[in-house]
Write a protein that binds this ligand. Sequence first.
Ligand code: PMP
Length: 291
Amino acid sequence: MTPFVADPVYLNGQFLPLAEAGISPLDRGFLYGDGVYEVIPVYSRQPFRIEEHLRRLEATLAGIRLANPLSLGDWKAVVEKLIAAAPWEDQSIYLQVTRGADDKRDHAFPPASVTPTSLAFASPLVTTPADVRARGVAAITVADQRWARCDLKVISLLANVLARQQAVEEGCAEALLIRDSFLKEGAASNIFVVKDGVVLAPPKTQQMLPGITYDVILELAEQHGQALVVREISEGELRAADEVWMTSSTKEILAITTLDGALVGTGQPGPVGERMWQWYQDFKNTVMRKG
Ligand code: PMP
């Protein structure tokens, strides 16, 4: 076991130590990035929005024309078993399904006799330290060089990897992806903007991953009477924003306070984001950490 992945892991119907979990070099996940994934946060050993994560997995599998190797109930049982066996209270569960390993390399789908490869494992949940959250983080903008189906949570993430690496090399936490002069999302997060007290959220199109955290934020805004408009956000509006936040299952809601070296608003996390963060914590604690 590494400090970052619990034993056992789940691989193709078996629970076994990570060190014994082997995958063929001909696996199409390895050869082509031909597969899908999910990341589910776990608080106090309870998976957060597991139904929604498993539904998104199902939608992505349908999008790449791969039958789900496990039923919803079977996935839940796998996740529960991993959570119970892992040593941490708060975790991150990773699920991956690839189109399996044929006996040769061929772009077209393998014969039906080739079964998908299913992998799942638990890691400790890595949260943002309080001082980083209080200051906010820096981000850059980059051209969105991804393919045309960014709504699918596929493992082919090379453009995201390069964008995030560029951010890291420039001392930043995230790269915001701009396509045709519009903000789409981050390399591994959704992005919200605040202007004059109104939250703006890019719409769910094929150019953005439909985030589970994104949905929670839309629900919380509605519940608390926070003005929120879903519409395309231009690069100009992004740069003139009072607040910018990144959201994801592991980052939750994190203020971006510097963009391409310029301050966002006052350069401090703003009041709307702070309120949303508190609503998110209250929601999470009510739903997840019931004494
Ligand atoms: N967009 C991208 C490209 C992502 O990779 C992620 C999460 N990893 C998100 C958005 C946020 O999705 P979620 O809130 O479901 O974690």
